[in-house]
Design a protein around this ligand. Structure first.
Ligand code: SF4
Ligand code: SF4
Length: 103
């Protein structure tokens, strides 16, 4: 099966498939988690709850497919558990995870 990465340019219907597609217009996993590695435009990474500067007006990643995209981002794969049924659910879950794993 072809892996589906986070922040795909277009949502892909996955009826009947086990894979979970990134939801268009969400951006929760580019906002809720803190990122400690440099991001172009955010040299110190970003704090939790702050939208990444690389999100475009449609909440898509401008760096998708580029080597400048942090490895952390590529490690986040869409899943029912992470993405929930809407952006609010994803934000709540990811912020709770952030708090639970804070050093
Ligand atoms: S939380 Fe899930 S649906 Fe939302 S942007 Fe990230 S991968 Fe896509
Ligand atoms: S670099 Fe792209 S994938 Fe990573 S947080 Fe920013 S917008 Fe999201």
């Amino acid at each position: 099966m072809i892996p589906i990465d986070a922040h795909l340019v277009a949502a892909v219907p996955v009826v009947g498939l086990a894979a979970f597609a990134c939801r268009t217009g969400c951006g929760a996993c580019c906002t809720a988690p803190s990122i400690t590695s440099p991001i172009p435009g955010m040299p110190d990474g970003k704090p939790a709850g702050v939208a990444c500067v690389q999100l475009d007006e449609y909440l898509r990643c401008r760096l998708f497919g580029h080597p400048e995209r942090p490895a952390f981002c590529a490690s986040l794969q869409p899943s029912a558990e992470m993405c929930g049924s809407n952006r609010q659910a994803a934000m709540a879950g990811l912020l709770a995870l952030e708090l639970a794993t804070r050093p």
